[in-house]
Ligand binder design. Structure first.
Ligand SMILES: Cc1ncc(COP(=O)(O)O)c(C=O)c1O
Length: 423
């Protein structure tokens, strides 16, 4: 496995491999690396739009893009143009979305510790929904809401469903910081409290069981639990959260957004959910992961007794997922994408940590070496959004490509940017 050229199924929809280059959105990756430098995030707009449309068509109006997966003004506008709401989890995400021009009426506000100021702004601008997480937040809301214009909200419940995924991204189980437990009766108590607050209009229930989930069974189980509340309390909305997984490496396969939505719809029918109930979801990763790839330049190749280390000009500061979750990735050489990949290297970054490993055992062509430009595909989700300035690294630029043209949507940080907070 891995000796063959990179699989097309791990690349953006429009990717075309030629003998000496890769085109995405009709734009040469070699040219992008030369123009914008490396590391560089490249997103295929066609893939982003197609995944947004798929989600909008399979769920009811109000399906939201979980912006924590990747957020900038251009991304928020694109998701909005394609008919999605935008889910934000902090005041910072809310601010970026509002600055992008997306109306507040298409924003859903999340968070397990929403500060007074965050709630105040969400209410002042008129967000679409606030998803209430805990009793302290209920009290903060009670003090802020206006009975003359009630705030539409959902209540986040913890369904007790253990998703089969990494423990750091599992959220549906009882032992979690998110939501009100169904099993202990907290969820029911929260609902009774919320419906009595005159300035709140409780529209329905929400759950999010985790992230990078391949098996739709957990979502079906969640739907069934949420459907019981919806029936008992006569709610008109139900949200199953996000969490659909994507394939990162050869040998993995994930359900499509359509498969996921159809499985949830079937579970809704089986549970006898009133077809008038608005069925919502919040995919993040499944919208953006495969649309994006990262370009790096190789700077050093060091054989040691056990293996060969190949170091690139980025690393854990632009993709912390391997370090956080042990996540796997593939790599390919953009100047030689059709070649077999017999060379085995440990692909590492430039940070001062032994753990700064992007790929434990990457497969690359035998010709790849210093100054080669390589790409790691499926890095569109939780890469840039989790990027840091560790070692005072400047965060990479982000470029969107479509119809033979590239547009820079986030510029590369400069040393002046790094210095701007000094007082
Ligand atoms: C409440 C909520 N909704 C949606 C998502 C998006 O998850 P994913 O990117 O796995 O689809 C998350 C991710 O953590 C979340 O916490």
């Amino acid at each position: 496995m891995g000796a063959e050229p990179i699989l097309a199924s791990l690349l953006p929809d429009t990717a075309t491999l030629t003998t000496g280059d890769v085109l995405v959105g009709g734009v040469s990756l070699r040219d992008l690396a030369a123009t914008y430098g490396t590391p560089l995030f490249v997103y295929d707009e066609a893939t982003l739009r197609s995944r947004c449309r798929e989600a909008a068509s399979v769920f009811d109006d109000g399906v939201a893009f979980a912006s924590k997966a990747f957020l900038c003004g251009a991304m928020a506008r694109l998701a909005f143009e394609e008919g999605l709401c935008i889910d934000v989890a902090t005041g910072g995400e809310l601010d970026i979305v509002l600055r992008s021009g997306v109306p507040a009426s298409r924003v859903i506000m999340h968070g397990n510790n929403k500060a007074h100021d965050e709630l105040e702004r969400a209410i002042a601008v008129g967000v679409h929904r606030v998803v209430v997480d805990n009793f302290d937040e209920v009290e903060r809301l009670r003090a802020l809401v206006n009975p003359d214009s009630p705030l539409d909200c959902l209540v986040r419940v913890t369904p007790g469903v253990e998703a089969h995924t990494h423990e750091f991204v599992r959220t549906g189980q009882e032992d979690t910081k998110f939501g009100f437990s169904v099993a202990t009766g907290e969820a029911r108590r929260a609902i009774s409290t919320l419906v009595e607050i005159p300035g709140l209009s409780l529209r329905g229930v929400h759950a999010h069981i985790g992230s990078q989930i391949f098996d739709v069974a957990g979502f079906k189980e969640t739907l069934t639990i949420l459907a019981n509340f919806t029936r008992d309390d006569d709610f008109d909305e139900l949200c199953v959260g996000g969490g659909l997984g994507v394939a990162y490496v050869e040998g993995e396969s994930a359900p499509t957004i359509t498969d996921w939505g159809n499985a949830i719809r079937a579970a809704a029918r089986d549970a006898g959910l009133d077809p008038g109930v608005r069925l919502m979801a919040e995919p993040g990763r499944a919208i953006v992961a495969r649309a994006g790839l990262t370009l790096y330049r190789v700077g050093a190749v060091k054989p040691v007794t056990q293996r060969t280390y190949m170091a690139v000009d980025g690393g854990m500061s632009d993709n912390p997922r391997p370090v956080l979750y042990g996540s796997g990735y593939e790599a390919f050489d953009i100047t030689n994408p059709l070649a077999a990949r017999p060379q085995r290297v440990r692909l590492v970054g430039k940070h001062c940590e032994s753990g700064d490993v992007l790929i434990d055992e990457a497969c690359l062509p035998s010709t790849t070496g210093v100054d080669s430009i390589i790409a790691t595909p499926v890095t569109g989700a939780y890469g840039y959004s989790m990027a840091s300035n560790y070692n005072r690294a400047t965060r990479p630029a982000v470029v969107f490509v479509a119809d033979g043209r590239a547009r820079e949507v986030l510029r590369r940080e400069t040393f002046d940017d790094l210095a701007r907070l000094e007082v």
